[in-house]
Design a protein around this ligand. Structure first.
Ligand code: GAP
Length: 536
């Protein structure tokens, strides 16, 4: 599937718009249109229902080490700045960027690739911001131009090795930057903190600096004690939160995949340290299956366990759930969700202060005066188990998903082209969105076949009966074939048509979006029929 087609459909049919488009847009910010808002809401609601409200704490779910409880929170976007100091975000949440002195373009260091080329006795590293085949093509064009060769002289270029990351290069003097014709224009990499700063209150001094949260997780850690003290929950316990997060990404790209404002769906699962390895496996596998159950194809979805070198210093295991987005190079996958075994790092950080690794130990980082660099709250965030009489700082398993990335993956997966017979039985091409019924923004469309003979009246009555239960759409304009196609294009699973036979026997035509199968249902049974077919 070509990404441009999906982007065009999203704009044409009101799924996604560029933010502030009438002023030229703002890079890395996206608005959800009338259909997009329903789709994303359905993603969030499926997650909340499946992870939180449907959790039965009295039974052991399949694959789980024991029973467990789930509950939710909704914390503020702006929190006490000390939260980010103790969590490590203030010191460490950065990417490296490089600038081009010539073009003034800015790149994320680890996203620039290139390959070594030699011609006319000179060896240079040709850099590009593209990936896969496009990167090969781009570096070839740039190298030909640099060495003043024509396309038919391409065999005079000698390529030394495959595409490699710019991070493998120490000396940039022989690097041809992604958008320039000269060598050595790239600056050395510099750290760039991704947190958006803001000022709280009217005085506006540096002391009033606060940050827009870059993740929802910290709100859960700092409220752990509040949840325990205000409810009768017991561990193992998952606390869930859905909400906006903000990251000043250096190079937002690939539609909503890397945005500067986005929504996360995070669970912090607190458990006994002795059981945390089993809980990690449980959540990793359960979260992977969730995407499959909602329609992502198994051959496009992988569960990738991090290598020891990739793990954060506190992590005892991390697996990414990754999807083969159409904008990725062949064989590459983009992260949808990370499931991480974080040990007791987060709660200890908020008790003691920012932690660093020393050998096998996590210890409080000290400043030059030997005092904690970022002091913790000093509050007791340990859990007391009144059955075992044990007190301990729980371990945390964190399944952390992106609502926008999941929505984008469901959009990519749903986009389908096929050929179907038109009104006259002639095959014609059609585009349809094969959303899982739970995610489809509109569940049913109701049409009168023609705008006369009392058909609109019956159709409006059916529409009125469906509306309180399911998102539905009424349409009486144009040829019925065109109306079907418009619904297919937005992924409506069922169309219900009132026709001549309805007036005779009180039945309507139900039509399935994917199979085009049609069958008749009594008009008063439409809601029940939808209920049966949508609850798959
Ligand atoms: N608390 C852990 C955490 O935030 P993360 O891997 O940085 O982990 C979790 O983010 C998820 O949030 C990602 O898997 C992704 O789905 C989503 N996400 C992160 N950055 C994003 C961005 N710039 N745009 C859209 N989604 C993003």
């Amino acid at each position: 599937m070509e990404m441009e087609k999906l982007v065009a459909l999203c704009k044409r049919r009101g799924f996604l718009f560029q933010s502030s488009e009438i002023y030229g847009g703002l890079q890395g910010f996206w608005d959800y249109g009338p259909l997009g808002v329903e789709l994303k809401r359905n993603v969030r609601e499926a997650w909340w229902h499946d992870m939180v409200t449907s959790q039965n704490e009295l039974e052991v779910p399949e694959g789980a080490p024991s029973t467990f409880e789930m509950t939710g929170l909704d914390c503020t976007i702006i929190m006490h700045p000390q939260v980010w100091k103790c969590s490590g975000h203030y010191d460490l949440f950065h990417d490296y960027m490089i600038d081009c002195r010539e073009t003034k373009s800015r790149y994320r260091y680890d996203q620039v690739q290139g390959r070594w080329a030699e011609a006319k006795g000179q060896r240079i590293f040709v850099a590009t911001g593209f990936v896969g085949d496009e990167a090969l093509e781009h570096t070839q064009q740039k190298a030909l131009k640099f060495f003043k060769l024509r396309a038919k002289q391409a065999d005079r270029l000698e390529w030394d090795g495959p595409l490699v990351s710019l991070t493998t290069i120490d000396d940039f003097s022989n690097v041809l930057g992604p958008d320039t014709k000269k060598l050595g224009t790239l600056t050395a990499p510099r750290e760039f903190n991704l947190m958006f700063k803001t000022i709280v209150g009217a005085l506006g001094s540096e002391d009033d600096t606060a940050y827009l949260r870059p993740e929802t997780a910290q709100g859960i850690f700092v409220n752990f004690k509040n949840v325990l003290d205000s409810t009768r929950v017991r561990l193992p316990l998952g606390i869930a939160q859905i909400g906006k997060s903000f990251r000043n990404e250096i190079t937002p790209r690939n539609f909503t995949f890397r945005s500067r404002e986005f929504e996360q769906m995070e669970i912090e699962f607190f458990c006994h340290p002795d059981q945390s390895a089993d809980w990690y496996k449980y959540w990793r596998d359960r979260r992977y299956k969730w995407y499959l159950d909602l329609g992502l194809a198994a051959d496009k979805l992988i569960l990738r366990e991090h290598t020891p070198e990739e793990l954060a210093h506190y992590s005892l295991g991390t697996a990414d759930i990754e999807y083969a987005f159409p904008f990725m190079a062949e064989g590459e996958f983009g992260e949808l969700e990370g499931v991480s075994h974080r040990g007791d790092f987060d709660l200890r950080s908020h008790i003691e202060g920012k932690l660093v690794r020393e050998g096998d130990e996590l210890v409080v980082e000290k400043n030059e005066k030997g005092k904690p660099k970022h002091r913790g709250s000093g509050k007791d965030l340990a859990y007391f188990d009144d059955l075992t009489k044990q007190r301990y700082v729980p371990h945390v398993i964190e399944p952390s998903a992106g609502a926008d990335r999941a929505t984008l993956a469901f959009l990519c997966e749903a986009y389908t082209e096929d050929e179907v017979p038109d009104d006259k039985g002639k095959l014609s091409s059609r585009v349809y969105m094969k959303f899982h019924p739970r995610l489809a923004p509109i569940k049913a469309a109701v049409f009168p076949l023609v705008k006369k003979d009392g058909m609109p009246e019956v159709a409006k009555e059916i529409y009125g009966a469906i509306k309180p239960h399911f998102a539905a759409f009424y349409d009486e304009k144009g040829a019925v074939g065109r109306r079907y196609r418009r619904q297919d294009e937005i992924g409506t699973p069922f169309c219900i048509t009132v026709d001549g036979q309805t007036l005779e026997d009180g039945t309507v035509t139900f039509r399935d979006r994917d199979t085009l199968e049609q069958w008749r249902v009594k008009k008063e049974d439409c809601v029940e029929e939808l209920r049966k077919r949508l609850m798959v």
